[in-house]
Write a protein that binds this ligand. Structure first.
Ligand code: SF4
Ligand code: SF4
Length: 350
């Protein structure tokens, strides 16, 4: 599909027009960090950010989601009947999402949108969303997207890709959904050859600056048990405090718990983010816990990301190299180091 160009001075007008057609979410500077939030006015969108502290996964898989509600009133004939809580599935645009985060949603689809099971809330939100991505001209020191099958200009998870070329953005529709969005924007003019050349140069330098930081390829060839039983897990887990930060900031961590909360005669069934790093995550009702030890939990996280997922789906690892877990871990555990250990020759105990 052809590329167009939107000058930066017209961006507020473009966003304002989009807000008339969609709910628009974008990176907003709040306190010390950029976070994805619904825009109340076009000027709130700040596309000068590197990346958001939290991934935008909460827009599709909220940290706390009220799934159902029910009455417990004795005189209510419908007491105890679960009723789905109303949700907003109107069309929306996620503006400025980074390519890695959009790619992460495709990885998460393997959990929420399968041939045999479709999570209704995830799939309806995915269908209602148009992802307008912003290429990363400048990566963070913790980024390694190019090592895990994506990249700073990867448009594969997006509907539209924007590239900041200085005075404006080159704008490429990637899907029919993206094309429909751009067709309603009269400010989008055909991109000049100069702008397209600048975008291509920016992509080349962005990819080169990130480079290859570890090779996950050999992991698919290695025996699961060889990695599982490797001695290096003792060292990897040593400093971990099982805080769960790495899982909460991660765009490809989808685990959740379901709990009921009752206030008076009103009950709510909630879906809440959970973490494989928490000791109660696998605690059985019987009292048995198959991952009672910290080392088992730490190993589970890295094995799931870099080994189990690819062994099961054969589509690559379940990590997009956003670097958030590296950046946020209070004890500096770095998935790139763990990936190098896992993909190197490991010595199994006898
Ligand atoms: S953020 Fe670091 S310390 Fe916290 S659970 Fe993850 S690896 Fe462990
Ligand atoms: S494991 Fe870490 S680097 Fe990979 S997607 Fe999750 S937060 Fe990003």
């Amino acid at each position: 599909m052809s590329e167009s160009y939107i000058s930066k001075d017209k961006l507020p007008v473009v966003i304002g027009a989009l807000m008339g057609r969609y709910r628009v979410f974008g990176p907003v500077f709040q306190g010390q960090y950029h976070e994805f939030a619904e825009l109340k006015k076009p000027e709130e969108a700040d596309l000068s950010f590197r990346n958001t502290r939290l991934s935008p996964k909460a827009l599709f898989h909220p940290q706390a989601e009220r799934m159902f509600e029910y009455s417990l009133a004795k005189d209510d004939p419908e007491a105890g009947i679960l009723k789905e809580t109303a949700k907003d599935y109107s069309q929306r645009v996620i503006l400025g999402i980074r390519p890695c985060d959009a790619r992460a949603f495709q990885i998460d689809d393997a959990n929420f949108d399968t041939p045999t099971f479709k999570d209704p809330w995830w799939t309806k939100r995915r269908a209602a969303s148009t992802l307008v991505g912003l290429a990363c001209n400048q990566s963070c020191p913790t980024c390694f997207c190019t090592s895990v099958g994506t990249g700073p200009f990867d448009a594969s998870g997006l509907d539209v890709l924007l590239v900041d070329v200085g005075e404006g953005y080159t704008t490429r529709a990637v899907t029919e959904k993206g094309k429909a969005l751009l067709e309603g924007i009269p400010e989008a003019a055909p991109a000049s050859q100069t702008a397209l050349a600048a975008a291509a140069e920016l992509e080349k330098s962005a990819v080169e600056s990130i480079g290859t930081q570890f090779q996950p390829g050999p992991l698919s060839e290695k025996s699961l048990l060889e990695i599982f039983n490797a001695p290096f897990w003792e060292e990897v887990q040593f400093a971990c405090i099982n805080c769960g930060t790495c899982t909460f900031v991660c765009p490809t961590c989808w685990c959740f718990d379901i709990q009921d909360e009752v206030t008076g005669e009103q009950g709510d069934r909630l879906r809440l983010w959970d973490s494989c790093m928490f000791p109660l995550f696998t605690h059985h009702g019987s009292g048995h816990n198959p991952r009672a030890q910290k080392q088992q939990r730490v190993r589970q996280r890295f094995m799931h990301k870099l080994k189990y997922y690819n062994d099961k789906y054969k589509t690559g690892v379940a990590c997009v190299g956003c670097g958030r877990c590296v950046n946020s871990c209070p004890v500096n555990i770095d998935i790139r180091d763990v990936g190098r250990l896992m993909s190197a020759n490991c010595t199994c105990p006898a």
